[in-house]
Structure formats: structure tokens, C-alpha cells
Design a protein around this ligand. Structure first.
Ligand code: ADP
Length: 263
């Protein structure tokens, strides 16, 4: 099956000439356009490696990576990324941080000075969508961790990427703030329709947000289970306290425990 993001029979080893740690071996995975996919697995199984491959930051020793029907040979411009640490530039305001990708990614880079007002409007629109209306002129250090991560999502989306890659984006936040952010990303995905790949340790997060959860084996990572999650959208946060929801979380937990024991 071909997907919007297509990884086929991937082998990736680190080290000079690929003779070090074998991170992924025989990984095949297809994520369809518009899907919200989550990737879970034991720590060190190669989840971040998978993200780096799909965004073209590294290349595999064997296998193919395709995004939007094109083989990936270098950084993928249709992708936006957000990581656990928002890493906002402290000398720029929140709005200036959000607009940063527009200074780098074409065609925005060449249009930015002529169309600045429209781009500012776009960035402010995103800030409003994530609940940060009026905070654009604040510096990142004036914002709480949750607010910084909201702004970070805006920065990942400001160039309107077709693919959003999230690597443990909510891992450093407290439980309440994390649940708030789940709802923010749920609503952004519903509104904008981009494809998402979310790497997470949090199985509740995966089941709440994703329509498919991919479980990886221990290192060297490959896919061992694909769990379809069919709860209707928009999903309310109370869903996470229901029995059907917890059955799926429990089942995934079992797969990961098994994968760890087999390592
Ligand atoms: P995960 O995100 O699932 O925790 P990673 O993809 O970060 O796993 O790493 C997979 C394996 O590859 C781990 O054993 C890790 O130590 C190793 N690894 C990751 N990055 C490098 C690197 N740059 N050089 C050598 N080994 C690495």
C-alpha cells in the first residue's frame, strides 16, 4: 500500500559507514494523507530515527522513503516539526519566533517582505487558534511552558505544511496542560486537515489523538502492531475515562511490554 508518507523495508544503522548501532531493520510503514498517526514503542526502538528519516534529515542504508509521492533525498519542505523542547529564540518575540520558518522555507522566503502584512495576519490567526491571542509581542521567556509549546505548534504550522511531525511535543508538560494541548492539536488537525505523525511515550495521548497507532519492536525497530482507533471526532477529553478507550490503551501497553521482554 502506498501512503502520503511511505517507508519501505528500511535499514538504518548509525556510525561511520553505518557500522554502529542498528536502529531500524525491516521497517515498513505507510501513513495516508490526512491521517493522524501515532508511533509508540520501547525507548530506544528508533522512533526519533523514523522521524528524521521521514523529514529527510538522515538517509537509510537500505529501503526507500517517500513523502507526497516523491523519494526523499534531503530536507522535506512540506513538513513542519515540533519537539519536546520548544527552543524559542529568546531575543525574538513570540510572533517573530512563529514567523521564523517563513524566513527560511521557499516560496515564503522570497515573498515575505512584499507580503509581510498577510503573513503577520496568518501567524496571528494561528496564535489565536491555540489560545494565544494578544501574546505575540511577549518574549518566549515571559510565557509558561504550555504557552511556549502552543507557540511552537504555530511555528511548525506557519508555512502551512502538509505533514506535521511531532516528537514527544507534550512530554515536559504537567498532566492538565498536556490534556489542554491535546485538544489544541486535535482542533488544528480537524481545521487544517494536514497529515500528522506523532511520536509519544504516552499511550493515552496516542489513543486520544490518532486514528492509527503503530507499535514498534525493541531495537532494531520495526513495526509489530497497527491499531486502528475508530472513536468518532471531535473526541471529548472525557473519552479518555471510558472503558472502550482504556481497553485499547491496555492492549497497546501489553504489546509494548511484550516487545520489551523480547529485547
Ligand atoms: P527512540 O526515539 O525510540 O528512543 P532513537 O531513534 O532516538 O530511539 O534511537 C534508536 C537507537 O539508535 C538508540 O539505541 C540510540 O542510542 C541510537 N542512536 C540514536 N541516534 C544516534 C546517533 N546519532 N549515533 C549513534 N546512535 C544513535
Amino acid at each position: 500500500m502506498t501512503g502520503f508518507v511511505d517507508l519501505r523495508d528500511i535499514r538504518l544503522a548509525y556510525g561511520p559507514g553505518g557500522d554502529g548501532t542498528l536502529a531500524l531493520d525491516g521497517l515498513t510503514m505507510a501513513v495516508q494523507k490526512g491521517e493522524f498517526a501515532a508511533v509508540v514503542g520501547p525507548s530506544g526502538c528508533g522512533k526519533s530515527t523514523l522521524m528524521k528519516l521521514a523529514t529527510g534529515l538522515i538517509r537509510p542504508q537500505a529501503g526507500t522513503v517517500e513523502v507526497a509521492g516523491r523519494e526523499v533525498n534531503g530536507p522535506v519542505s512540506v513538513a513542519g516539526m515540533a519537539f519536546q523542547n520548544p527552543s524559542m529564540l529568546p531575543w525574538r518575540t513570540t510572533l517573530q519566533n512563529v514567523m521564523l520558518p517563513l524566513e527560511i522555507v521557499e516560496p515564503h522566503r522570497r515573498r515575505l517582505s512584499a507580503e509581510r502584512a498577510a503573513y503577520v495576519e496568518r501567524a496571528e490567526g494561528l496564535l489565536e487558534m491555540v489560545g494565544l491571542k494578544g501574546f505575540g509581542e511577549k518574549y518566549p521567556w515571559q510565557l509558561s511552558g504550555g504557552m511556549q509549546q502552543r507557540a511552537n505548534l504555530c511555528r511548525a504550522l506557519v508555512h502551512e505544511p502538509q505533514l506535521l511531525m511531532l516528537d514527544e511535543p507534550f512530554g515536559a508538560l504537567d498532566a492538565f496542560t498536556r490534556e489542554e494541548l491535546w485538544q489544541v492539536i486535535r482542533d488544528l488537525h480537524a481545521e487544517k486537515g494536514f497529515t500528522v505523525i506523532l511520536v509519544t511515550h504516552d499511550l493515552r495521548e496516542a489513543v486520544f489523538l490518532a486514528n492509527r497507532v503503530f507499535v514498534m519492536s525493541a531495537r532494531p525497530g520495526k513495526l509489530i502492531v497497527e491499531q486502528q482507533v475508530d472513536f468518532p471526532r471531535p473526541r471529548p477529553i472525557d473519552l479518555t475515562y471510558e472503558a472502550d478507550f482504556n481497553d485499547i490503551v491496555h492492549e497497546l501497553r501489553g504489546h509494548i511490554a511484550q516487545a520489551r521482554a523480547a529485547a
